[in-house]
Structures are given as C-alpha cells and as structure tokens.
Design a protein around this ligand. Structure first.
Ligand code: GLA
Length: 692
C-alpha cells in the first residue's frame, strides 16, 4: 500500500485511498497538436526608436476649428503652450499610411457598463477600450507586438526615460515635463505618488486591474525626488520585469487634483464614497488619454471628444489624436461583432467563437465594410477553483468542504479528465479554430513548451474511480455523490460555478462544464453574473469555481508577471489571503511562487526559458487550473481607417485597442463619415454637462 491514509486539509476529512488507485502516469496522455491556423498578417518588426521619440518641434498644429473657436476666442491657450516641453512624437516612417488628417469618429460598441470614472479607486468604465483610452501609464506595452524580439522592453510613455543605479536596486524615472491633464492641470509626481501611496498601498483600495504593492516586488518603495523625477528601490537587482507592470493597467495614475480631496485620508469620506465619488453622469473627468467623456446616456452611449491638452504629436507637429470623437455604444459584446461586420460599428475583437463562421462569411464579401484579420491562438478559457481554505470570501460549511476538495490533486484530476475538451471546443465553433487547452501557458506563445506540459486526457471512467477513492460516494442514490459523513452533513456535493453572463462564450462554456460534471456525479450550479458583479465576486473570493477567459500573464508572461502565482496576499485571482491575512499555500503553489520570483529576478533569457518550462510543468501536472479551450481571435476594423499596423493581434501584451495606437489612426478626407455628435466642440469644465 502506497499511502494508507490521506488527510484532506483542515476540514478533518480522513479518506482512505484504495490500493487500486491509478498511478498518476496512467492518467496522462499525448497532447494533440493544435490544428494548423496561420495568422493572416505579420507585423513589420521595428525598434522602439523607429516608432516614437520625445522632442520639441519648431511648430505645432491643431484642427482649424480649435484655433478659431477656442484659442482665438481666448478660452484656450495656444497649442504650443498646451503641449509639454518635449512632446511624444510618432515618427512618420512607422505610420503605415503616413501623417494623417483630422476628423471623424471611431464607433466602438461594448458589452460592459460604466461604474464611474474612479479607475484607480477600482471602478470599471465598461471595458472594450474605454479605460485603455482614458488612462495613460508610466510605460506602454500594447504596440510591442511589432518590436524586434531581441530589443523587447516596455515603451516609454508618461515616464520618458529611466536609469538603473550601479547595483541595479534603484530605478530613477523621468516623467514627461509640462504635460497636462485634459483640464489643464499639470501632470507631475504628485499624481504618481497619490496613486502609489493612497491607492496601491492602501489595503482598503483595489485599483481596477488589481495592482498591489507586490505587483512591483515585496518591499519595493517609491519616492518623488522632484516634480518630474521618481525613484524606485527594489530588493532585487535589475528587476526589469516591473517595467512591464508599470504599463496598462497596473500603473496608470489618476488625476490627484480631483481624487485626493475625496480620499478618506484627506476627507471625511468612507472608502465606498471615495470609490463612487465620480459616477458615470459626471462629465469631463480629467484624463491624460486622447479623448474625454462628454456625454453619457445609460444603456445607450458614452461620447468622448478630443483632449485639447493631449501630449503626443506627429512629426509635422500636428497635435494628436487625429480622430475628433470616440463612441462607445452600450450594447452587448455579441452586438459588437455584428455591428463591426455590418459597418454600423467600427471595431471589434472577434473573440466569441460562436460568431466566427457568420462573421467570416460576411467579411469575405467584396462589398464588406470591414476587414477581418485573424491572429494567433491567444484566447483561452479555464475552470479555476478557489484554493483558499482559510477564510477568503467567508465560505459556509458547504463551500469550505468544496475548497478542501479543490485543494486535493486527485479531485482536480478527476474534474479535468471528466471534461471532453474537444467537445467543449466544437460546441462553440466547428473548424480549425479551437484546440485542446491543458491549462497553463498557451501553445504558440513565447514561453510555451509542449514537452513541459502535462496533459490528462478525457477518461470518464478513471475520473469516477478517483472520486470513489476519495470517499465521495452517492450514499442516497440520487445520482449525486455525497460528502463523507461528518463533512457538510454528508450532503450532496454541490458546487457553484461563477461565469460572466455578458459573454455568450463564458455562459456556454460554463453550461458545458455543468453538463459534463453530471456523469461524474457532481452537481454544478451555474452562477451567471453580469460583468461587474462577477468581477466583484471574483475579487471578494465568493466563488467555488469560476469559468473565465484567461488573463494577460498567460499570454505574455512578462506582463504583470508577479500575478502568475500567489506571490503576495492579494495578487492572485483564485488564491488570496484568508481572514488572518495569510496565504495557505500548498507545497506546489510555493514552488510556483519561487519559480516566478526567480523569473522576475533574472534577465538571463536561457534561465528564463527554463524557469517557464518548470512553471508549465508544475502548473499542468498539478492541474492548477483546468484548461478548457484555446483559439485565435480576429480584429475587425472598418475599412475607412488608415494607420492600422499590420499583424496587430487582438491580444498579446495588451488588447487591440492599445495595439493599434488609436491616437495616430485617421480617416482620409474622402472617406470621412458624418458621425460626430458634437462637432467642433471640446470637453468643458469637469463635472459639467458636456462638450462646450
Ligand atoms: C473586454 C473585451 C475585449 C477587449 C477588452 C479591452 O474584455 O472582451 O475584447 O475589448 O475589453 O479592455
């Protein structure tokens, strides 16, 4: 007998493991190669210095109506005074269609809804590119898909340059000088320090994309040297990795002149009041991004107008953006695909596999208004289990018993091999799109290594055996296994699965998982919630299982790397600290944490590749999350837009809304549509009714 007694964590389950237990290796199998699916266009690879630089130009320009209606009228300073000393300049040589012209609108359609404008305080604006466009961050990573692999490092953005101390523990960053928020207030280190001190480092605040102090390394400090210089101090030498975490969405400061007076430390507000201080109806919230919200109609539209203080220009000195207006129609994600294909919307990340066939058919027609271009397989879904057994999300007895199961490898294996991934993928779309996803890093991304990937193929019989051996027996004959007597009153094993009802794919995959758990004798109950509510529950840890689209780290690895494992108490999506602030890590989780920390601490590429192989092995061998399916996404953009870079993926370091560099996208004059809702207006005073 190998293991006579098996202790299942703190719930006090003592379960005997039968002598006939299947050895692990028999459950593994050959992972089929994903069906061939060539990306439809390749980027032109360049250096960052080919894309942009910071410099003063002899003269600057703006749309004529801005000069005549605002500057000449004395309500806006001349453009040269609104720009920083050395603006960020996009080089014409890297613009696919060259220097652009002003005018027109990009009509986005999104499925999310805005909670308000306090992004750093944790409010969502509804996704689909809104927050990406409003927030500018210290560095930028989206456009890196076109940067030469051996020159890969984050692009300067609000931080225009940086240097490391000799010992590599200090990083001094120089902020762009003289840039202004869209209301004219100076951007400086006060904004950066407010973000860091009173949001990231305040445990009562969770910035939207979940930045925590550990995102930048345990023990890391940040200080302002002067208005335009900040200094990081790290525990390790040269952790260049964190430069990626300083990009979207983990280091994008908010307007401290607006937010600070509302923060509980500087006011009598509660944290809830701080978070909600700028509801969606509040207009002209100062931003550093290229467009400012000027109109909001619930369940209808958010309109944004050009930011007169935007700090980026083209090589001829034309202040960007070229597009005067941005729309975000508040509809559904599926409608985003339909409208982009039909031409009543301008942009979609085609990512819900259910609409691929129809979208492809329409886009192939000669007269199709939009072009559709597939990229690599970087969309994937996994079933994630809540790993906290020490109180995160305050589980009741049933939920606690499920947590104990989640922490048991044989249980996770059983769930994994009871899932027919091929069938799950085919149920979304037939054809060469979906591939079996064993979990961990995606096939086709830089650090993926097939030989390090442990795959447990579909084997329902063995799955049932594993659960029998765990003592989960259907004692009352109703087709559902029961907890052993003494655990959760020996009740039926009922597990809830959280999923985002805003997306057809999320709901369909959750339904698929529910159906496939039935022959395993597990009653899985769907908890389908709208995006924001789902995100809140996931944050709060009030879930047993969750079916969700995988996060950035799984694709790029270098982006937000510290979140690849529970490296800190609040950083990891499915295992956070319990009520006492500690993480009850399993031994393999600790190994993952060590691997990730080593990865962050080294810049040796061979060592990094080896570490990620190790990561993939530990992750997949332990079924850290149950991979479901992975498939490619397609970018759909209306044909009237120019300067869309070749090979722009819908997702790599960031979403396509960042990758295509919207501020330099334009519409040639002869193709401009009549879509502007507030022509020849600029954002008004903060809080005001709209464009003036
Ligand atoms: C949502 C959409 C994605 C992308 C992002 C941008 O998640 O599903 O396609 O638009 O928003 O944040």
């Amino acid at each position: 007998m190998r293991k006579p007694i098996y202790a299942l964590g703190g719930a006090g389950l003592l379960l005997s493991v039968s002598m006939l237990a299947l050895p692990a290796q028999e459950l593994t199998g050959e992972l089929p190669d994903p069906p061939e699916f060539a990306a439809q266009s390749e980027p032109v690879f360049v250096s960052i210095s080919d894309i942009q630089e910071y410099k003063a130009l002899p003269e600057y320009h703006e749309p004529d109506w801005v000069t005549s209606k605002y500057v000449d009228a004395g309500t806006l300073p001349p453009v040269a005074e609104r720009l920083p000393k050395e603006p960020l300049v996009y080089k014409a040589g890297n613009m696919p269609d060259g220097i652009g012209v002003y005018g027109d609108t990009m009509r986005h359609v999104i499925g999310g809804r805005p909670e308000g404008w306090n992004y750093i305080g944790g409010q969502s604006q509804g996704w689909g590119g809104i927050d990406i466009g409003l927030s500018e961050c210290l560095t930028r990573t989206g456009p890196l898909f076109m940067v030469k692999a051996d020159e890969l490092e984050p692009m300067p953005n609000l931080a225009k340059s940086w240097e490391w101390s000799e010992d590599g523990k200090e990083l001094t960053m120089h902020l762009i000088e003289g840039a202004k928020w869209s209301d004219g207030d100076p951007f400086d280190s006060e904004d950066v320090m407010f973000y860091w001190n009173d949001n990231v480092n305040d445990p009562n605040v969770t910035p939207l994309n979940g930045a925590t102090p550990e995102s930048f390394g345990v023990g890391t400090t940040l200080e302002a040297i002067d208005a335009y210089t900040i200094k990081w101090t790290f525990q390790e030498a040269f952790p260049t990795q964190y430069l990626y975490t300083m990009a979207y969405g983990t280091f994008c400061p908010g307007p401290s002149h607006m937010l600070k007076p509302q923060h509980p430390k500087y006011s009598s507000n509660t944290y809830e009041q701080y978070k909600n201080a700028f509801p969606p109806e509040y207009m002209n919230m100062p931003v550093m991004g290229a467009w400012v919200p000027v109109e909001y109609r619930p369940d209808d539209i958010i309109v944004m107008r050009r930011n007169p203080y935007y700090w980026k220009v083209d090589e001829n000195g034309n202040q960007l953006p070229y597009l005067n207006e941005m729309h975000y129609r508040l509809s559904t994600w599926a409608d985003r695909d339909v409208q982009a294909v039909a031409g009543s919307g301008d942009f979609s990340n085609l990512e819900q596999a259910e609409s691929y066939v129809e979208s492809l058919r329409r886009s192939a027609e000669e007269t199709a208004p939009a072009r559709l271009q597939f990229g690599a397989r970087t969309i994937g879904y996994a079933l994630r289990m809540n790993f906290s057994a020490n109180g995160w999300g305050e589980p009741d007895a049933r939920a606690q018993a499920v947590r104990e199961l989640n922490r048991n490898l044989d249980f996770r294996k059983a769930v994994s091999i009871a899932l027919d991934r091929q069938r799950l993928g085919d149920s979304l779309v037939r054809g060469p799109f979906t591939a079996i996803y064993p979990g961990g890093l995606y096939a086709g991304t830089t650090y993926y290594d097939k030989d390090s990937t442990v795959y447990y193929p579909y084997n329902l019989e063995a799955a049932n055996k594993l659960l029998d051996d765990l003592g989960l027996i259907d004692t009352d004959g109703n087709g559902i296994r029961n907890f052993p007597a003494g655990t959760a009153n020996g009740a039926d094993v009922e597990i809830t699965v959280l999923a985002n009802s805003d997306y057809g794919t999320d709901s369909n995959l959750a339904e698929g998982v529910i159906a496939q758990m039935e022959p395993l004798g597990l009653r899985v109950i769907g908890n389908l919630q709208q995006g924001t509510a789902r995100d809140d529950m996931a944050q709060a840890g009030t879930f047993d299982w969750s079916v969700e689209r995988q996060t950035a780290e799984m694709v790029a690895v270098v982006q937000n790397t510290a979140a690849l494992a529970p490296t800190g108490p609040r950083i990891f999506p499915f295992h956070r600290a319990g009520s006492d602030g500690t993480l009850d890590l399993l031994p393999f989780e600790q190994e993952l944490v060590d691997v990730v920390n080593k990865f962050i601490a080294t810049s040796d590429n061979t060592e990094r590749a080896e570490l990620m192989k190790r990561y993939q092995h530990i992750f997949t061998e332990n079924v850290y999350s149950v991979g479901l399916t992975q498939y490619p996404g397609a970018l759909i953009i209306n044909k009237r837009f120019a300067n869309i870079p070749a090979g722009a993926p819908i997702f790599m370091f960031n979403w396509a809304e960042d990758n295509i560099i919207r501020e330099r996208v334009f519409v040639p004059e002869d193709k401009q549509g009549n879509y502007e809702l507030h022509p020849e207006t600029l954002p008004g005073a903060p809080g005001g009714a709209g464009a003036v």
